[in-house]
Design a protein around this ligand. Structure first.
Ligand SMILES: [Cu+2]
Length: 374
C-alpha cells in the first residue's frame, strides 16, 4: 500500500486509519512466475490491434473467426477522474479507459489477448487487472501491478468461450474499493465457429450492446447531502463505511443514472436480433427486458453451455457477465432493467431500447381505449 500515499503525501495518519479495514491481502504484490515448463505457442501468429470503444458500443468484430488464432493487441489507459453519477452525486472514480464499465474486449477461443496497461503519472494509485477469462497469477493481477508512471504488458490465452468480467484487484481493501469505484469491465470470447442456439443451430446477431452495472456507495454529510472529495484516497475511509453496510446509494448502467436512456438509448429495428452483454463485478443482479424476452440466454456467461430459452428474467451473479439474445418483434420503447424494481427505478439500474418498425396487432392490440366503466 505504500505507493498509494507517495503521490498524495497523506502520511501515516490516514494509513493508520485504514488498518482497521485490512483484510488478508491477495493480488497486491508482484508475483514470481515459477520455472517455465511450457513456452507460449505464438510463433508465426498474426498480430492484430483491437480498437476499444466506450460502452455500450462493442469493438468491430467477426462473429465467426476468420483464419487461425491471432494475437489481439490492445492498450488500456487507467484514468482516475471525478464522475457525476447522478445530478449532484460525484465520485472519485477509477476507470479503465475513462469509462464505467471499461471497454468490452472481444476475441475468439484460441486467440491470445495481449494488453498493454498504462497507469499515467497523473494518477495517484497502484492498479492492475484480473481477467476472469484467464488462467494463473490471480487472473493476471499478480503480474500487472503498475504504479503511477508505469506500464505493463500481459498476454493470456483465450482458452474458453463466454463472457467474463475483468477488474482491478490491487490487494486487500483496495480490491473492493477499486471495483466499486468503477474499475471493471468485460471480455467476450466467442467460439471460433460462432454461437449456437438451444438446438445446436448456428445463430448470429445484428448488433451487440454492452451494459455494465455498477454499485456505488457515496458518503453523505450531516445534512444528508452527498459528500465530494478531491482524490480517491481522501474518499476512501468514508466510502468504506458505506460499503460495509452493503446497501448501494446508486446503481448505474454505464456510469450514470440514465446513461442509456433518451438520446443515448440503445436502438433496434423490428426483426433485428440484439445480443445484450451484461456484467456486474461485485453484486448480484437480475435482468429483465420489459415488453420482450431473452430468446436465448447464457446466464452463467459460458457459450459452451446450451442457452436457456423464453426467459423473462435472468440472473447475473456478482463477479460475472452474461449474454442474452433477443429478436425484436414490436416497435416502441423497451426498458432494460435490473428487476429488483427498487434498484431499477429508485437507484438507477435501468436503460432503454428504442425499436422502430410496424406494430403487430396479432401479438398485441388495445381492443378498446380506457373509458368509463360500463
Ligand atoms: Cu485500480
Amino acid at each position: 500500500m505504500k505507493h498509494l500515499f507517495r503521490k498524495l503525501g497523506l502520511g501515516m495518519v490516514l494509513t493508520a486509519s485504514l488498518v482497521t479495514f485490512t483484510a488478508p491481502s491477495f493480488a497486491g504484490e508482484e508475483m514470481e512466475v515459477g520455472k517455465v515448463g511450457v513456452e507460449a505457442n505464438i510463433k508465426g501468429l498474426e498480430r492484430v490491434t483491437q480498437k476499444l470503444v466506450p460502452p455500450p458500443a462493442v469493438p468491430v468484430h467477426d462473429q465467426v473467426a476468420k483464419g487461425g488464432p491471432k494475437i489481439i493487441e490492445m492498450t488500456m489507459v487507467i484514468e482516475e477522474k471525478e464522475m457525476e453519477i447522478a445530478p449532484g452525486a460525484f465520485v472519485q472514480a477509477m476507470t479503465f479507459e475513462g469509462t464505467n464499465p471499461g471497454p468490452m474486449i472481444i476475441a475468439h477461443v484460441g486467440d491470445y489477448v495481449e494488453l498493454t496497461l498504462k497507469n499515467p503519472k497523473t494518477n495517484t494509485m497502484v492498479h492492475n487487472i484480473d481477467f476472469h477469462a484467464s488462467t494463473g497469477a490471480l487472473g493476471g493481477g499478480g503480474l500487472t501491478n503498475v504504479a503511477p508512471g508505469q506500464e505493463v504488458v500481459l498476454r493470456f490465452k483465450a482458452d474458453r468461450a463466454g463472457v467474463f468480467v475483468y477488474h482491478c484487484a490491487p490487494g486487500g481493501v483496495m480490491i473492493p474499493y477499486h471495483v466499486v469505484s468503477g474499475m471493471n469491465g468485460a471480455i467476450m470470447i466467442l467460439p471460433r465457429e460462432g454461437l449456437k442456439d438451444n438446438n445446436g443451430k448456428f445463430v448470429t446477431y445484428d448488433k451487440a450492446y454492452y451494459i455494465g452495472e455498477q454499485d456505488w456507495y457515496l458518503p453523505k454529510d450531516a445534512e444528508g447531502k452527498f459528500k465530494r472529495y478531491t482524490a480517491p484516497a481522501l474518499a476512501m475511509v468514508d466510502t468504506m463505511e458505506v460499503m460495509k453496510g452493503l446497501i448501494p446509494t446508486h446503481l448505474t448502467f454505464n456510469g450514470k443514472v440514465g446513461a442509456i436512456t433518451g438520446e443515448n438509448a440503445m436502438t433496434a429495428k423490428v426483426g433485428e436480433t440484439v445480443l445484450f452483454l451484461h456484467s456486474q463485478a461485485n453484486r448480484d443482479t437480475r435482468i429483465h427486458l420489459i415488453g420482450g424476452h431473452g430468446d436465448l440466454v447464457w446466464t452463467g456467461g459460458s457459450f459452451d453451455d446450451v442457452p436457456t430459452t423464453n426467459r423473462e428474467t435472468w440472473a447475473i451473479a456478482g463477479g460475472e457477465a452474461g449474454a442474452a439474445m433477443y429478436t425484436f418483434r414490436q416497435p416502441g420503447l423497451y426498458a432494460y432493467v435490473n428487476h429488483n424494481l427498487i434498484e431499477a427505478v429508485m437507484l438507477g439500474a435501468a436503460a432503454h431500447v428504442n425499436v422502430e418498425g410496424e406494430w403487430n396487432n396479432d401479438l398485441m392490440e388495445q381492443v378498446s381505449k380506457p373509458g368509463p366503466i360500463k
